[in-house]
Design a binder for this molecule. Structure first.
Ligand SMILES: Cc1cc2nc3c(=O)[nH]c(=O)nc-3n(C[C@H](O)[C@H](O)[C@H](O)COP(=O)(O)OP(=O)(O)OC[C@H]3O[C@@H](n4cnc5c(N)ncnc54)[C@H](O)[C@@H]3O)c2cc1C
Length: 470
């Protein structure tokens, strides 16, 4: 598409010396400094602005899945990724992380993990390599190293103007596939000058990275619990702050919990159950995969505490809810075992019984006599790791697509703002939406909606060319 550009000659206000001519788009003319520091030497020069039907922002698993389905629907598109494909798996996860789900489950339908067998748990690097290989297999048009800085709706004509670190692109549709977990969230409890290292779980790499001393890990979802376990095994004294959680069995009666959640229809739940919005899930694929058992962790030497509540003068206080949170997690485990048993009986499956999983160990002392206040210096704590989750940041997407809390307004990824789509959001269409295998299905739906809209526009264009006889 043609567009107006200006070639400018910048003149230094002090020396009067001229710099290299620069080229700017007509939209930017309002930003030209006045007062002789800049002279337009040529204007109205026509240059082509890159245009694309659908622009996908983000080249993680969501961007790759989106590309596959857009290609299948014949939608011309481009994926822009500011880093590398699946960058977050490469650089925002700890070194020893393996996938939380087995390789047969946590993958796209079109490719198996080449190294890890179906029941194994691929390392984070294998996961990233998988998406690189997948993108190659489907010939995905992904441009790496390009950041999308701003998306704005065109005025008086359809489509969007997209400013990137590599120029301007015009797109009819934009898919925001920038991830469910973008910005690390650290509660503002402990001041930065408290004399401790404070990092988010996304910045944790390995035990050697931390200063000597004990560690408080806040948050006992999959990240917090795995990091705490790793640190304890490395010889650190570790305190783990445990909130409400689900802890499904890693496997039961010979089937992984991913299988059970699938056959029991739990991955397909469309909304979190009432009151469970803030309940995290504690699972792990580490060391071949094991059920998270807080009693075992305590027996291993970890000190459990309740929800982290407040900090004052070097003392951290914890809610008196540890026993309740542990009991809730146990109840969640048991109810899943019950449902699994009922499924086995109903379908007459030949799966070995596993009564041992129902036997809970003795209540650890840290649960029966919980620590409610902890002097961090006296406990030797030198580091706090906040495994407290993430928020999203769509500050680059300047369209009317968000509610008052900044959350996307959408239905299954189709925004209330026409032409804008989201992919990879937690609970976008169901519980599985933010996971590797779930996002693939959501991408199919979003591609289908984009393709349908294109058909309406194509009809309109054709109808304009061939006016109907009166
Ligand atoms: C510790 C951890 C472990 C997990 N383990 C599993 C697991 O085992 N199995 C599973 O199914 N799921 C797992 N998940 C959940 C989910 O699969 C991952 O969060 C995954 O990274 C989400 O993929 P995505 O493509 O939606 O988003 P992301 O991986 O976050 O990708 C978004 C991409 O967008 C890019 N980007 C952002 N902004 C811009 C911009 N303005 N311009 C250009 N590019 C931009 C980023 O660089 C990034 O590469 C895990 C999550 C975490 C945090």
């Amino acid at each position: 598409m043609g567009s107006r550009w200006y070639v400018l000659l910048l003149v230094s206000a002090r020396s009067g010396r001229m710099a290299q001519p620069v080229c700017i788009h007509h939209d930017q003319v309002g930003y030209i400094p006045r007062g002789g520091s800049c002279r337009i030497i040529k204007k109205g020069l026509s240059m082509s602005v890159e245009t694309i039907d659908t622009l996908v922002v983000g080249g993680g698993q969501a961007g790759v899945a989106m590309s596959e389905h857009l290609s299948k629907c014949g939608v011309p598109h481009l994926v822009l990724e500011r880093g590398r494909i699946a960058e977050r798996w490469r650089s925002q996860r700890w070194d020893s992380l393996v996938a939380n789900g087995p390789a047969w489950h946590d993958r796209f339908p079109g490719m198996e993990f080449p190294v890890t067998g179906p029941d194994g748990f691929p390392s984070k690097e294998e996961v990233a390599d998988y998406f690189v290989a997948y993108a190659k297999q489907i010939n995905a048009p992904i441009r790496c190293g390009v950041e999308v800085k701003l998306v704005q709706r065109n005025v008086g004509r359809p489509g969007f103007r997209v400013e990137t670190s590599d120029g301007v692109i015009q797109a009819n549709s934009v898919v925001a596939a920038t991830g469910p977990f973008q910005v690390p969230v650290i509660p503002s409890l402990v001041p930065a000058d408290a004399g401790l290292l404070q990092i988010h779980s996304s910045a944790y790499r390995n035990p050697a990275q931390l200063p000597k001393g004990a560690v408080l890990v806040v948050g006992a979802g999959s990240s917090g619990v795995q990091i705490a376990d790793e640190l304890q095994r490395a010889g650190r004294r570790v305190y783990l702050s445990v909130g409400p959680h689900d802890r499904p069995p890693r496997s039961y009666r010979g089937r992984d919990f991913c299988w059970w959640l699938g056959v029991l229809g739990k991955w397909d739940l469309e909304t979190p159950g009432p009151g469970t919005e803030h309940v995290t899930i504690a699972v792990s694929g580490a060391r071949g995969g094991e059920t998270i058992d807080f009693r075992r962790l305590a027996a291993q030497g970890l000190t459990l505490v309740g929800m982290t509540k407040a900090y004052q003068d070097g003392v951290m206080s914890f809610a008196p809810d540890l026993a309740k949170n542990i009991a809730r997690g146990d109840a969640n485990l048991m109810s899943l075992l019950d449902e699994a048993d009922a499924y086995v009986a109903r379908n007459g499956l030949d799966l070995p019984e596993e009564p041992a999983l129902r036997k809970l160990g003795p209540e650890p002392d840290c649960v029966t006599n919980p620590i409610l206040e902890l002097d961090l210096a006296k406990a030797g704590i030198a580091t706090i790791i906040w495994a407290t989750g993430f928020a999203v940041d769509y500050s680059w997407l300047k369209v009317d697509a968000f509610d008052e809390k900044g959350r996307p307004r959408h239905h299954r990824g189709v925004s209330t703002e026409p032409g804008i789509y989201f992919l990879g959001l937690p609970w976008q269409s169901r519980r599985g939406s933010s996971f590797i295998w779930g996002v693939w299905h959501d991408a199919k739906h979003v591609a289908d909606r984009i393709s349908t809209q294109r058909k309406y526009l194509a009809y309109h264009a054709a109808a304009k060319r061939e006016p109907v006889d009166a």
